[in-house]
Design a protein around this ligand. Sequence first.
Ligand code: ADP
Length: 294
Amino acid sequence: MEKMISVWSEIEHAINQKRDRPFVIQQRQGVSGGCINSAFRLSDGAATYFVKLNQPERLEMFVAEAEGLLELENAPGLRSPRPIASGAGTTHSWLVLENIPFGGTGDMAKFGSQLAAMHRITADRFGWQRSNTIGSTPQLNDYHHNWIDFWRECRLLPQLQWAAQGGCSRKMSRLGERLLQQLPQLLAHHCPQPSLLHGDLWSGNYAFSEQGEAVIFDPAVYYGDRETDIAMTELFGGFSRRFYDAYEEAWPLDSGYQQRKKLYNLYHLLNHFNMFGGGYGSQAEGVMEQLIAA
Ligand code: ADP
């Protein structure tokens, strides 16, 4: 108990460095819904903050998340939580964010066109200023001028290597090798721009604020093919038709997206296999077989 008290006083102290009026935690409420960290709302009756906790050695993950949220602030119209502070003590690392009350009625069509506007923010190469994490797995963002090289070196290859280290099937290793060789064909004639991406845009990582603004959070930011964000929205069930119609009206997807979608979501399937094991491995193998056959 004493140890937990010290993490809350560290956090209180860090929050107070960013405010004029003192903040003393009066209420602490656990928040469910996350996959990786434990989350809480802290309030003094007037101000409320959203806090994530993890083990002390995970501080870099939180620092990267805070930087990603700052990058997302450039997106016109879309909202993301403002990072307040991060740090680590002997028992925990932590990230303090602006608390955004969710629950309003939102407009999925507006969200779709706002995401297209965010994707219009581009860089001159693929990658980002730092590595971050996807779930709890490291995500490399080394700069590349060529998208195929980036997708191979920073996305599929590391996941396949981790799968091999974790003792994946020989079938998965063989399929992985063949798929990497075929990448130039699978992405032939596709010349994406390096767009600002959320990077982990499944339905658990957006919500509408009480005012009805679309809020995106828990990102794995980098600059890459915008289709990877759209593909991820489709991986676990999909967003509404209005979202996709509005996105395509603002910026149509290139032909061949349906095929590339599989290649892009393979990254997340492999990551889920590496994090959770189970049926994700055979799902990833099935997708690799389809892509190789194509
Ligand atoms: P994790 O990093 O563990 O996946 P999330 O970032 O997804 O955690 O946060 C867990 C849950 O907390 C989300 O599903 C969402 O409902 C809520 N949440 C996340 N960020 C905020 C925020 N800034 N303000 C209010 N609620 C938030």
